[in-house]
Design a protein around this ligand. Structure first.
Ligand SMILES: Cc1ncc(COP(=O)(O)OP(=O)(O)O)c(N)n1
Ligand SMILES: Cc1ncsc1CCOP(=O)(O)O
Ligand SMILES: [Mg+2]
Length: 553
């Protein structure tokens, strides 16, 4: 009792944001404001206007393995863009092998959790999973009568995918006699449907239709019998009955061991779609499509050693941000000879982008950037994917100019952005910690900001006049040196650099200057490989101190 007493004041109504904002809204009419301040105040109000988020409450058990139960429900709702609160009915110890233990939460405390959430948080839809005892079903029904919601989705979880019991057999009558009558949809799989119907055999899709109609008689508005476990069927057929019509919903059966939590996820997605205002059939179709996509995406994921693995609800675990190819972590020396492509120049000389990239690498380029201002998105992704294959083979990093979407799509090693492109800190948030980010800087302040934003290097220029980038101001060798001296990041010089002046650039000898980035001197030439070789030998001579132009500061 003691903890309840201490927590009780939290349940008292506190001033809601709505009240606070309406006070703000009152201000402009009472105080004389300048037009600018008035529009700012109105802007503040518009920005701060409270938004009612679609909200699903899941009442289910915790899965320590994270693949099913509460954990699956929260991830599924998050993936569908819906807020999800949770009332935990039991704590299970489970993994990909099976369920090792179940620890039910006391009914009185389930009731307390329900009251906390339902009394305060504007829940739209309640979704149920593991309800371990008839008492829990009773408590839930009472709570829903006291705090009604827009829809109730009941997933009658009885046995885990590994075959372990998750609710007492005595819950069957609780479902049939109490909860189903309040439900907008119930979603049994074939085993659960069979148990609910006293052991009826379900072997065909027409058996499933009969079962859906029989379960409908217990009172739910809609029934979805899931055929994922139906033996001998090549596709995944579910049967949906809305009280009038039986629909067969066909989907492809994904060959994977990672199916743990599909039932919980499907029901949560239905709840999430309903909370956004979808009709029931729309919600069911969207949920089925989501699960199929997630299973496809997660086919090859390996978590745990048991027969049933979890899948990735958020489509992130395999994606670019954390999937850094070994050996391609950024090193400042990678900037030594930086080849920046231009497909206009390449087509002028009759070669493909892939040929140009391969030739630059063979000539000695240490990093490649695809800088394509005109290319259509799909072609850009296809070209970048082909160039990635070449760069990976040679263990050379490949960056994409400006286009974070293209970099993500082809799992490039990084992105280069300028002062009017996406901010480096946003790029970092999108690409994750393992990718390379370069930022163009013409001032020391921009260099400092690039460092703050999490960039790996800065590109500095145009050092000399160039016709490759129109209207680009030239900073000269002095501007370059000033930025290099102040920069905490390694620097690559760019703009008008070629075999005739690269020694002057690298010969400044400033510590942070690690190399030169070059477009036309490599690609607006007949032989990319030959020009790259010549430039490389100029740079190497400077490094070894042989160049006449070298002035070491
Ligand atoms: C290595 C390197 N440095 C600078 C730039 C220029 O980037 P930005 O200023 O964004 O101009 P665009 O290349 O996008 O025209 C670069 N691309 N690479
Ligand atoms: C992209 C860019 N950014 C500053 S100058 C420049 C163009 C460099 O091209 P080139 O090497 O042909 O002078
Ligand atoms: Mg740019």
């Amino acid at each position: 009792m003691a903890p309840s007493l201490i927590l009780q004041p939290l349940l008292l109504p506190s001033p809601t944001p709505r009240v606070a904002f309406s006070r703000l809204a009152f201000l402009p009419s009472r105080l004389p404001l300048s037009p600018r301040r008035r529009s700012l105040s109105l802007l503040t109000i518009a920005m701060a206007a409270p938004t009612k988020l679609p909200h699903v409450l899941t009442v289910a058990g915790s899965d320590s393995g994270g693949g099913a139960g509460i954990q699956a429900d929260i991830k599924a709702c998050g993936a569908m863009g819906v807020y999800c609160s949770s009332v935990i009915t039991a704590v299970t110890a489970q993994n990909t092998v099976g369920v090792q233990g179940v620890h039910p939460v006391p009914e009185a405390f389930i009731e307390e959790q329900l009251k906390s959430v339902l009394s305060d948080m504007e829940v739209d839809v309640v979704k149920t999973g593991m309800l371990p005892s008839p008492g829990v079903i009773k408590v839930l029904c009472e709570s829903l009568k006291r705090f009604p919601v827009k829809a109730l989705v009941v997933d009658p979880v009885m046995v885990s995918t590994s075959g372990d019991a998750l609710s007492a057999p005595s819950t069957l009558s609780g479902y049939r006699d109490e909860l189903f009558g309040m439900a907008d949809i119930v979603t049994p799989n074939v085993k659960e449907a069979s148990a609910l119907l006293g052991g009826m055999q379900l072997q065909t899709v027409s058996d499933m239709s009969l079962a859906a109609k029989s379960i409908h008689k217990f009172g739910p508005k809609n029934v979805l019998v899931k055929g994922g476990d139906l033996s001998g069927s090549s596709d995944a057929v579910d049967v949906f009955f809305d009280g009038e019509t039986c629909y067969e919903l066909h989907g492809s059966r994904v060959q994977t061991r990672n199916t743990h939590g599909t039932g919980c996820t499907l029901a949560s997605c239905i709840a999430a779609e309903l909370s956004k205002g979808s009709s029931m059939i729309q919600a069911v179709k969207a949920a089925k499509a989501f699960v199929e996509n997630a299973l496809h995406y997660s086919k090859s994921i390996e978590i745990g050693s048991g027969p049933q693995g979890p899948f990735d609800h958020l489509f992130r675990l395999k994606s670019a941000p954390y999937n850094v190819a070994p050996g391609l972590k950024f090193h400042p020396d990678d900037l030594f000879l930086y080849a920046v492509t231009d497909s206009g120049m390449n087509s002028k000389w009759g070669r493909s982008m892939t040929d140009a990239v391969e030739a630059a690498i063979k000539g000695g380029a240490t990093i490649v950037q695809l800088r394509e201002k005109q290319m259509e998105t799909r072609e850009f992704i296809e070209t970048a994917t082909a160039c990635m294959e070449i760069c990976r083979r040679h263990k050379i990093p490949l960056l994409i100019n400006d286009r974070v979407d293209v970099a993500l799509a082809c799992n490039a090693d990084g992105v280069h952005v300028g002062q009017s492109d996406m901010q480096a800190r946003t790029v970092r948030a999108l690409l994750g910690p393992g990718k390379i980010i370069g930022v163009s800087c013409k001032t020391t302040a921009q260099g400092e900001q690039a460092w703050m934003d999490g960039a790996d290097y800065i590109g500095c220029g145009g050092v000399f006049p160039t016709s490759t980038k129109k209207d680009n101001t030239t900073i000269g060798l002095e501007g370059l040196k000033e930025i290099c001296v102040a920069s905490k990041l390694p620097v690559v010089a760019i703009g008008g650099i070629g075999i005739g002046n690269a020694d002057l650039v690298l010969g400044t000898g400033v510590k942070n200057l690690k190399g030169v980035a070059v477009v036309s001197a490599l690609f607006d030439r007949e032989s990319v490989e030959g020009e790259t070789k010549k430039l490389r030998s100029v740079l190497e001579r400077v490094l070894s101190g042989v160049s006449e132009g070298a002035v070491v500061l």
